[in-house]
Design a protein around this ligand. Structure first.
Ligand code: DAK
Length: 259
């Protein structure tokens, strides 16, 4: 499928959504949001895809929601525009495969929220993360405040949201906002390396781990504990649990079938 505002490809079981509005620093307008939503449907429908990478270009992952589109919006337009951003981020969070944001340059506002909704973030030294919405007279609306808290804690979240402090790559690594920091030219390749590491693991165990982690991060710990226990038990109905444990006992490499 051809898209106007993104480039979508699938290679070696890895899907990549590249945001592609370079002149606007990949600002997220309705057009690009709709393209991302449509691409996510393709990802959901293709069982061969094991990891999704979202990336931008060398100057920007995404500099936020499109301010030109939002500036004169009415509340009802804002609501429909907003629901697309929320849908995208919730879909990323609930996909049964790992997701990686490969971030060069600016990841601001809605762009930062998009990166936060991914399971992993790989960034370049020149990356810049921030939630500058308060300076525009609004607040983050695609769950940025909620996803930032479990990652970096309340004190840092208040700085980023209320003081609009911009976090540079090195600090982002230090505070746990990104998982890997590499030379700017290496960001996408590093994301692919990370994807391949993940693909060596059994897919059903990864999906269960994602469900349990997100339950604890965004729900109550009590709910998270129950969900973890349930996911744990269900995995004993899989080939890969038997194979993983037998391989360990037989001192050999496991042959996972993702079943
Ligand atoms: N929207 C629209 N256009 C943008 C943009 C944005 N967010 N960011 C950059 N651009 C455009 C610029 O207007 C410029 O366009 P032309 O003038 O060439 O036509 C072009 O991209 C290049 O930008 P600059 O010339 O400004 O480039 P610089 O390198 O000088 O500066 C910058 C880069 C990233 C520091 C600067 O562009 C900037 O401050 N951009 C705005 C960053 C920002 O405030 N982002 C947060 C936007 S608010 C919600 C969901 C989500 C949201 C809200 C609600 N709900 C579900 C409720 C999200 C809100 C936001 O993200």
């Amino acid at each position: 499928m051809e898209f106007k505002n993104i480039i979508y490809k699938v290679e070696d079981n890895i899907a990549t959504i590249q945001l592609n509005r370079p002149k606007a620093l990949n600002a997220l307008n309705s057009g690009i949001n709709n393209d991302i939503l449509a691409a996510l449907e393709l990802v959901k429908a293709d069982r061969s895809i094991r990891v999704l990478i979202i990336t931008g270009n060398e100057k920007a992952f995404a500099a936020g929601a499109d301010i030109k589109e939002m500036c004169d919006a009415t509340p009802s337009y804002a609501r429909s525009f907003c629901s697309a951003a929320i849908d995208i981020n919730n879909t990323l969070e609930s996909l049964p495969i790992p997701t990686i944001a490969a971030v060069n340059g600016f990841a601001l506002g809605g762009g930062c929220e998009l990166a936060l909704a991914c399971d992993f973030r790989v960034a370049g030294y020149k990356s810049r993360f921030g939630l500058p919405e308060v300076s525009l007279g609004i607040i983050p609306g695609a769950c940025g405040t909620q996803r930032l808290i479990p990652l970096v804690g309340l004190a840092k979240t208040r700085e980023v949201v209320m003081l609009n402090t911009i976090i540079k790559g090195e600090e982002a690594l230090a505070i746990g906002l990104v998982n890997r920091l590499v030379d700017d030219a290496e960001v996408y390749d590093e994301a692919v390396r990370l994807a391949k590491e993940l693909m060596a693991k059994p897919a059903l165990a990864l999906a269960a781990a994602k469900t349990a982690i997100n339950a604890g991060a965004y729900g109550t710990i009590e709910e998270g504990k129950k969900i973890e226990c349930n996911e744990f038990a269900l995995l004993f109905d899989t080939h890969d649990q038997k194979e993983g444990m037998k391989a360990m006992l037989e001192n050999r490499e496991p042959k996972f079938t993702n079943s």
